[in-house]
Design a protein around this ligand. Structure first.
Ligand code: GLP
Length: 264
C-alpha cells in the first residue's frame, strides 16, 4: 500500500481530489465509488471547486456509493442519499441516471443488493473507490468479522458504529440497526482504492489496517492485498505508524512523473 502523510486534512484532500480529477480527465466516462462520513467532505468541496473554476466535467461519470441505512427514505436528512446530494451531487453535473446509491427502502433487500452488484458490473466495474474508515476498522459498513470476500448485502451495525454515528441523529436510538453495504470483495474489485483517515481517533486503527495482520477483525487491513491502494492520512491519524518516517521519506522523493499535484 502507498502511504501518504500530510500535515492537514486540507492537504490530504487536495491530493485525493487531484487523483480523482486526473482520472476524470484521462477517462471522462470513469466509474467512481464514493463514500460518506466527515472524512471525504473536504475532498468533495475541492472537486466542486475544480468543477466550478476549472470546468472539470462529470457529465459522463458514473458513481456508486458504498452504503445506505435500511429504512431511511432518500429524503431523510441523515440518509446517505441526502448526504451525497448536499455535499456533492447538487454541485456537479453527474447525470441523475448515472448516480447509484443502495435503496434503503427496497421491499426486497436481497434483490436490491443483487441488482446493485449487476449495475456495477454493467458499468464496467469501479475505476476508483474512495473509502473512509470506522474507528474499529470498518469500510463501507463492513463491520468487524465481515467476510473479506463479501458482496453487497444487508448488515447489522455494531453498537460502536451506532454510537459513533449517533452524532448525526437526534437520539442514539434513532440510528438504524441495519444497512446495505457493498461487500469487502466488491470493494477489492475496484481498480484503485483511496483510503482517507483524519484525526488521532483513527491512529490506532490505521496502524493496524496498514501494518497489522490481515484480519476480518479489521476489514480495512485487506487493502494490503490490493494492487493499487493508497492510504492518505493527516499527521494525527499517522501517529501510530511504525514506519511513518519511511513513508514520509518515500513521498518526499517521489519522482516528478509520479506526482499527483505538481507536473500534472
Ligand atoms: C460510516 C460510513 C463509512 C465511514 C465511517 C467513518 O460508518 N459507513 O463509510 O468511513 O462512517 O466516518 P467519518 O469519516 O465521519 O469518521
Amino acid at each position: 500500500m502507498e502511504i501518504i502523510i500530510q500535515p492537514t486534512p486540507e492537504a490530504v484532500s487536495l491530493i485525493a481530489a487531484n487523483i480523482i480529477a486526473n482520472l476524470v480527465r484521462d477517462k471522462p466516462d470513469c466509474v467512481l465509488g464514493l463514500a460518506t462520513g466527515n472524512t471525504p467532505i473536504l475532498m468533495y468541496r475541492e472537486l466542486v471547486r475544480m468543477h466550478r473554476e476549472a470546468g472539470l466535467d462529470f457529465s459522463r461519470v458514473t458513481t456508486f456509493n458504498l452504503d445506505e441505512y435500511v429504512g431511511l427514505s432518500p429524503k431523510h436528512p441523515q440518509s446517505y442519499h441526502a448526504f451525497m446530494h448536499e455535499h456533492l451531487f447538487q454541485h456537479l453535473n453527474v447525470p441523475r441516471q448515472n448516480i447509484h446509491i443502495p435503496n434503503g427502502l427496497a421491499a426486497d433487500i436481497a434483490a436490491e443488493c443483487a441488482q446493485f452488484e449487476l449495475a456495477i458490473r454493467g458499468a464496467g466495474g469501479i475505476d476508483l473507490q474512495v473509502l473512509g474508515i470506522g474507528t474499529d476498522g470498518h469500510i463501507g459498513f463492513n463491520e468487524r468479522s465481515s467476510s473479506l470476500a463479501s458482496r453487497t448485502r444487508i448488515k447489522t451495525l455494531t453498537e460502536q458504529t451506532r454510537h459513533d454515528n449517533a452524532r448525526y441523529f437526534g437520539r442514539p436510538e434513532d440510528v438504524p440497526m441495519h444497512v446495505i453495504t457493498m461487500g469487502v470483495g466488491t470493494i477489492m474489485e475496484a481498480r484503485q482504492v483511496l483510503l482517507l483517515a483524519f484525526g488521532e481517533n483513527k491512529a490506532q486503527v490505521m496502524a493496524a489496517a496498514v501494518e497489522g495482520p490481515i484480519s476480518a477483525m479489521n476489514p480495512a487491513s485487506i487493502l494490503q492485498m490490493h494492487p493499487v491502494a493508497k492510504a492518505l492520512l493527516d499527521e494525527p491519524a499517522a501517529a501510530q505508524l511504525t514506519l511513518g518516517d519511511y513513508y514520509r521519506w518515500v513521498y518526499a522523493h517521489k519522482p516528478d512523473w509520479q506526482q499527483f499535484v505538481r507536473g500534472r
